[in-house]
Design a protein around this ligand. Sequence first.
Ligand SMILES: Cc1cc2nc3c(=O)[nH]c(=O)nc-3n(C[C@H](O)[C@H](O)[C@H](O)COP(=O)(O)O)c2cc1C
Ligand SMILES: [Mn+2]
Length: 480
Amino acid sequence: MAFTDLREFVARLEHTGRLHRVSAPVSRDLEITEIVDRVSKSAGRANVALLFEDVEGADMPVLVNAFGAEDRMALALGVERLDELGERVAKLLDARLPGTFTERLRKLGTLIDVARAAPRRVETAPCQEIVETAAPSLAGLPILQCWPGDGGRYITLPGVFTRDPRTGARNVGMYRLQVFDDRTLGMHWQTHKGGAEHQHHATSRMPVSIALGGDPAMIYAASAPLPPGIDEVVFAGWLRGSGVEMVRCKTNDLEVPAQAEIVLEGWVDPAEQRLEGPFGDHTGYYSLARDYPVFHLTALTRRARPIYPTTIVGRPPQEDYWLGKATERIFLPIMRLMLPEIVDVNMPAEGVFHNLVIVSIRKRYPGQARKVMQALWGMGLMMLAKTIVVVSEHVNVHDLSEVAWRATGNIDPRRDLMILEGPMDDLDHAALRHRFGGKLGVDATEKGPLDDVTQAWPDEIRMTDEVRERVTRRWKDYGL
Ligand SMILES: Cc1cc2nc3c(=O)[nH]c(=O)nc-3n(C[C@H](O)[C@H](O)[C@H](O)COP(=O)(O)O)c2cc1C
Ligand SMILES: [Mn+2]
């Protein structure tokens, strides 16, 4: 089921006991962070979405942690388990394969979903109930200072809309924005991202629009690492099962989701840079202040009574872990399409997406674990993965205790580690150079005749089925 907008999602969260309203007055400087950090790191029902209704100096509520647990992330995308999304993608990819007539008919149904995913242009939009073009200002927005060492206030849950200056193809990315003043923001699109690519090809001022809020699938889609040229708005429409309504901006020729809460219209000059940061980042460290492009505001449009959506990043786990988990589940079938030996993938919270990727594979020939690592390092934003650990197909990649056991026991470091160099995330603070550094591949699969072993590989300890069943059957007899 698709949500029309953020408030519908909020209502559903509240209705299902997944949202807590904080009516006590709170400060947008650090206090909200400390509350959210505790809530997002707690387990079970204590981890809820938070709607702060009385934020000092603001006349709109602030929504945080709406996506910060598996069930809320799944709800946002209209499923019960995130794995269902991967299953939908797998079906879509399979639809092109030949089959019997009825099979193909059924597959056609899946394809028609794609046609329904196309965005729909509308002329009037809730996000333009109020239009400020004469003297637009960010001053009315409850933009947070998240951490004590931050260089200022940051918008943290935006969809940044741009078009490729050469082809007109759209990109939407989630890139944080630092407030420089009431009309100027730092545009933190990192080197390898879609917005930076567009800027690279721009020869003059480039229109940029920023949407806050909108239906939750669209918010999520901004964070998804789709291949260049694939439109996040179509992807959001496919996730929702219905095209996203788009409206033309007032002061540039971009379109934004009509159902957004707040829209910032403006431009970026490809020649202009300014020091952005530091910012308490999702690595758990402050990212250093560096030069990034600058966004100039030309209009602020919004609903009459908007909700301001934001997120806190910091030492994991935080809300962004769940946005990433959705991506992991959705992209698994696509990885499998290229690398059919892949069984499962886990990017654990501790690895902050790019620091640790655990992959299980079906191994058939020498060097296959290395081939998988190298292919992943060549696949989209997987290029930024620092450590890739490959385990055998029967290993549960989501059980970090099992992975640590196998990955330390099953390797001879002289044979099974591969160290090479490549592009690194802008945020990697340990790389030898900014954005370039070493990568580690760990082949933690069981070794056998394929792998040049000189001593026989032992069997893993397992009880016989017969005895296991007997003991289960007789468990009460033992008085345990
Ligand atoms: C909460 C959150 C904040 C993010 N902040 C940034 C950021 O400041 N800069 C950046 O380049 N990527 C950031 N990302 C990651 C990008 O959104 C992600 O890489 C996405 O793929 C970008 O879209 P693109 O592939 O179209 O460039 C953030 C992700 C999340 C979930
Ligand atoms: Mn993109």
